[in-house]
Design a protein around this ligand. Structure first.
Ligand code: ATP
Ligand code: MG
Length: 252
């Protein structure tokens, strides 16, 4: 790997006594799409949510080991978690627009990071909606409530909101599992384009989705990363038995 942006080292994650991620080691390459796959409950979301410390909000959550972002451990005491989450953004499974206008959904985050000039806010709202392939659909109704958009449009708005503040990495946790096939296709295309500017980590249950968009795949089983490789290699020639079983639909 040439350009490693994140490195997870000997990482364990617990909810009270329950060990949800076991001795994870992985590297994430810049401007690539890395997919995390595996059966339900295997620890995919826990691993993903550890990367921007959003799981800190869960009582009884604790970790061992390190996650390096640009060679610095994000779990160091000096880490400013707020700015970490600004640099490593997140899009969730269900669209989570704020109950405000389409425009304000994006402007809100910009104001929080100190963008105050109206012209700049307008430009960034447009830029991020264009990047999220939503601009054409909403440009004449930016004052409309975001809650009135369709599910697929809401998810693209959440992606626009995530990219507006220009993070380096975007974490996606099953971003299309609540969406119809057309919206799913749009979002997959979008994620591929985003990888030109951002580094993407995506949890997915959908083997086809991983095949279509990801460069690398990690396969998890019962808290462990059992296999990681280039996606084409894993899909063509899985070496671990549980990966083979998952890919052939025997577990999942
Ligand atoms: N907030 C929590 N409190 C306690 N245990 C949790 C919590 N979140 C997850 N777990 C447990 O940790 C383990 C891993 O869960 P996680 O959500 O990471 O799995 P997952 O691979 O994302 O599953 P799914 O595909 O169903 O989303 C599971 O056994 C789960 O029950
Ligand atoms: Mg999950």
């Amino acid at each position: 790997m040439s350009d490693v942006i994140i490195e997870v080292k000997n990482f364990n994650a617990y909810y009270a006594d329950k060990k949800a991620v076991k001795d994870a080691n992985l590297k994430i390459e810049k401007n690539k799409i890395t997919a995390i796959m595996g059966p339900s409950g295997c620890g995919k979301s826990t691993l993903l949510r550890s990367i921007n410390r959003i799981n800190d909000l869960v009582p009884e959550f604790r970790i061992e080991g390190e996650i390096l972002f640009h060679d610095r451990n994000i779990y160091d005491r000096e880490t400013d978690v707020y700015s970490l989450r600004r640099r490593i953004g997140m899009v969730f499974q269900r669209p989570t627009p704020f109950p405000m206008s389409i425009f304000d959904n994006i402007a809100y985050g910009l104001k929080l990071i100190g963008v105050t000039e109206k012209k700049e806010i307008k430009e960034k709202v447009r830029w991020s909606l264009e990047k999220a392939a939503l601009w054409e659909e909403v440009k004449d109704e930016l004052d409309k409530s975001a809650l009135k958009l369709s599910g697929g449009q809401q998810q693209r708005l959440c992606i626009a909101r995530a990219i507006a503040i220009e993070p380096e990495v975007i974490l996606f946790d099953e971003p299309t599992s609540a969406l119809d096939p057309v919206s799913t296709q749009k979002i997959e295309g979008l994620i591929e384009e985003l990888a030109e500017e951002f580094t993407i980590i995506i949890v997915t249950h959908n083997i086809g989705q991983a095949a279509r968009i990801s460069d690398y795949t990690l396969f998890m089983y019962q808290g462990e990363i059992v296999e990681q490789n280039e996606t084409t290699k894993i899909l063509r020639n899985p070496t671990h038995e549980v990966t083979q079983q998952y890919l052939s639909g025997k577990i999942g």
